[in-house]
Design a binder for this molecule. Structure first.
Ligand code: ATP
Length: 374
């Protein structure tokens, strides 16, 4: 499929916004989707991600701004004139056509007669070679979704837009299809823009994720960067559980910041603090639950030097198979979450145990305390 490689350039939205009456669904947005990337628009229901996608597709007219595909301004082009195709959650396959006829539809509509080879290649790409003669109702949800993807890709769009395409599938199938879509995108090299409210889905599939909140992109980056270095409380909480501890800046020590929280001195790398770092300033210090280790208070001496540490008491512990999840109260904060993996059942800490939470300062991030905790 190498001849399918996309050479149409980036998708660029400049100053794109959408208002409905007095309500602003999307605030003026600057967004570049790199050519050939798998890009996710992630956010809660109503944050404006579908509206953004529909403006790329031409299904929604922007109130302000310009949509570029490569160097070409496509803002005023109708959807069918844009080199873009969309896969929706409802696959909208033609029920009376079999799989190969569904996939061939776009080519036939353009008057192309010999479609066999292209259809066969497409069905092979989505691993439905043996299902060519089945009707949609004879397919599973995941198979129907793959037909929809094949049908959208057969016209070699520059960009494939996916609007919650896996929303109707059960969890197991959704996970399979996430990997499948990722494989297909890598194989065809076409730019995919995928809308989802599921952070795990966005992080599994996308090279770049734009986290949207209230019609704005709150943060954009590679999944691991967003997870490990969120810049706002919304992003920290939307992308998983985070412990946010109220702290006060004490001083800068080389590249690091030193803060106090509940009497404990903690370090965080200066580059990972998105809050003002003047001494005396209030910030929130964050650390993900799986980055924290626990030691009995009696064993504090065994903790390596240089690690951040705060004392605490276990208030709850639950074994959930892959990990044991603890809830811990500490002078630095109540209800801190700690996930520990690979521990034997009989070494689990029990409620009431006095412990020390400790972690590598490199896993600490700092946020502006003036923001509300979402
Ligand atoms: P979901 O995941 O629920 O689809 P979303 O993030 O995709 O949510 P949008 O569909 O982009 O959200 O909608 C953003 C906001 O704009 C919502 O508050 C929605 O109610 C509003 N909205 C969307 N279309 C219209 C319309 N035609 N008229 C008025 N308001 C609209």
């Amino acid at each position: 499929m190498t001849d399918d490689k996309n050479d149409g350039g980036d998708v660029r939205l400049t100053g794109i916004s959408k208002t409905y009456g007095s309500f602003t669904a999307v605030h003026p947005l600057e967004l570049t989707v790199p050519q050939g990337s798998f890009f996710a628009l992630l956010g809660a229901s109503g944050c404006g991600k579908t509206t953004t996608l529909r403006m790329i597709a031409g299904l929604e007219e922007p109130t302000t701004g310009t949509v570029f595909l490569g160097d070409k301004d496509v803002t005023d082009l109708p959807p069918y004139k844009r080199p873009v195709n969309t896969v929706f959650q409802s696959y909208a396959l033609f029920p009376h056509l079999d799989v190969s006829e569904n996939v061939a539809f776009g080519l036939r509509r353009r008057g192309i007669k010999s479609v066999r080879k292209q259809v066969d290649d497409m069905l092979e790409l989505v691993q439905l070679g043996d299902f060519a003669k089945r009707k949609p109702h004879q397919l599973s949800g995941g198979q129907q979704q793959r037909v929809a993807v094949a049908r959208a890709l057969i016209n070699h769009p520059q960009v494939l837009l996916l609007d919650e395409p896996l929303g109707a599938l059960d969890l197991k199938l959704r996970r399979q299809m996430q990997l499948e879509l990722k494989r297909i995108q890598t194989e065809v090299g076409i730019t995919f823009v995928h809308v989802t409210h599921d952070q795990e889905e966005a992080m599994t599939m996308a090279d770049t994720v734009a986290v949207m909140n209230g019609g704005r992109v709150e943060q954009l980056g590679a999944p691991a960067d967003l997870y490990e270095n969120p810049k706002t409380t919304f992003v920290a909480n939307f992308l998983g559980t985070s412990n946010l501890i109220e702290a006060e800046v004490v001083e800068k020590s080389g590249e690091d910041l030193v803060v106090t929280a509940g009497g404990a001195k903690l370090k965080l790398p200066g580059g990972r603090c998105s809050a003002p770092d003047t001494s005396g300033g209030k910030i929130l210090v964050g650390v993900r639950p799986e980055k924290i280790s626990l030691a009995h208070q009696d064993d504090e001496g065994s903790i390596a030097a240089g690690r951040n540490r705060v004392p605490g008491r276990i208030v709850d512990s639950s074994f959930i198979g892959v990990s044991t999840q603890y809830v811990i109260d500490s002078p630095a904060g109540q209800g801190l979450a700690v996930y520990e993996q690979n521990i034997e059942r009989d070494t689990r800490l029990v409620p009431g145990a006095e412990v020390v939470l400790h972690w590598n300062p490199a896993h600490t991030f700092g946020l502006d305390a003036a923001q509300a905790i979402d």
